[in-house]
Design a protein around this ligand. Structure first.
Ligand SMILES: *Cc1c(COP(=O)(O)O)cnc(C)c1O
Length: 357
């Protein structure tokens, strides 16, 4: 497989721990039918849905650096947190198992959709150690309790991965992704986009793209479409994450500047009633993109991100000639996993309400 663009361009960064899990570079494609339908001059998609063979989407790039680091530090177990339909928890469990690392996760509830149930069924096949807390507000307390229990039992200190895989190590995956895109632009695979649109949850993807675009001197706007509460996704959080990642890069010998909150552009008006709650604009975007481009979106992240792209283009029009939509959802068919799954047997009993039809 091709060498990571980060390592190729900055050989000194090869000291950063990394394990190969993804299929890179991911393709870029033009979407002419969809573009003409919504009156955009040039619309392109970055196919991160195809970033991995067993599971794609935006978490694989992060996990290459996270699980690589966990391995380098000799951890045999990782643990993380997320909503019950979390793509991050699923990706972590699938790829940790692949590397022979034991995955553990703490879940909190989210609105039940068919997509959430599919993720849970696939997850149940990885035999993860799971715990479900009553609500997202109970999460910090439950996490603390779990850590104390670990410490008291002197268990072998699992490697902690923050929600969404948005640690500075994880963000390196999206620094690399921006450099990868710069290469594709240099190669003439797509024109320099005026703006890139991407879903913003824990903002690791956004932070990495901004930092990477800065490293690559890409004169393009990068717009995050917020799909979680504002306390979690905002310019201060994003810039801070980017700067902690920049610190890692500097320690590895790569010289990189600072990201300021004012460098971060986030659209706030697509979240609707909250995380995981479908919106009308999102459902319309989902339908349109499926019918005219054959791309599948889901209600929590990508439908809202695409709706944000359409809305911004409507509003701004002229300045946005060439637009790149960064597709963060896995398109790997989970059908075989779901078919083999027996979630009622393999998930703890408190998950029963999430398995109902
Ligand atoms: C996790 C996820 C995101 C959000 O990425 P962050 O780095 O947490 O902002 C976006 N889209 C999809 C499909 C995801 O699973």
């Amino acid at each position: 497989m091709a060498e990571l663009e980060l390592f190729r361009r900055f050989p000194e960064s090869r000291h950063l721990a990394h394990v190969e899990l993804a299929t890179l570079p991911t393709p870029v494609e033009e979407l002419p039918r969809l573009a003409s339908k919504v009156d955009i001059d040039g619309l392109w998609v970055k196919r991160d849905d195809q970033s991995g063979e067993i599971y794609g989407g935006n978490k694989v790039r992060k996990l290459e650096f996270i699980l690589g680091h966990a391995q380098a530090e000799g951890h045999r177990e990782v643990w993380t947190v997320g909503a019950v339909g979390s793509h991050h928890v699923l990706a972590t469990c699938l790829y940790a198992r692949k590397l022979g690392i034991t995955p553990r996760a703490m879940h909190f509830p989210q609105p039940l959709t068919a997509h959430v149930q599919e993720v849970l069924a696939a997850l149940s096949t990885t035999s993860p150690e799971l715990e479900l807390v009553g609500s997202k507000y109970a999460l910090p307390g439950a996490m603390l309790k779990s850590r104390i229990k670990e410490w008291l039992s002197r268990s072998p200190n699992p490697y902690y991965i923050p929600g969404g895989g948005s640690s500075p190590r994880g963000v390196l995956g999206y620094v690399n992704a921006a450099l990868e895109l710069a290469r594709q632009i240099d190669n003439g695979e797509l024109p320099m986009p005026d703006a890139i649109f991407v879903a913003a949850g824990t903002c690791g993807t956004l932070a990495g793209l901004i930092l990477g675009a800065q490293l690559a001197d890409l004169p393009t706007r990068i717009v995050g479409v917020r799909v979680v509460d504002k306390v979690l996704a905002n310019p201060v959080v994003t810039a801070s994450l980017a700067n902690r990642t920049a610190h890692l890069l500097r320690d590895a010998g790569v010289s990189v500047g600072r990201v300021l909150p004012t460098d971060v552009e986030i659209i706030d008006d697509q979240i609707g009633e909250g995380y995981g709650v479908p919106t009308d604009a999102g459902e319309q975007a989902m339908d349109l993109v499926d019918k005219t481009a054959g791309l599948e979106l889901e209600p929590t992240y990508t439908a809202k991100a695409f709706a944000g792209l359409l809305e911004a283009h409507q509003r701004e029009r002229r300045p946005l000639k060439n637009i790149l939509y960064w597709h963060t959802l896995s398109s790997v068919d989970l059908g075989p996993l779901v078919k083999a799954a027996d979630p009622a047997r393999d998930l703890p009993p408190e998950y029963a309400p999430f398995l109902e039809q």
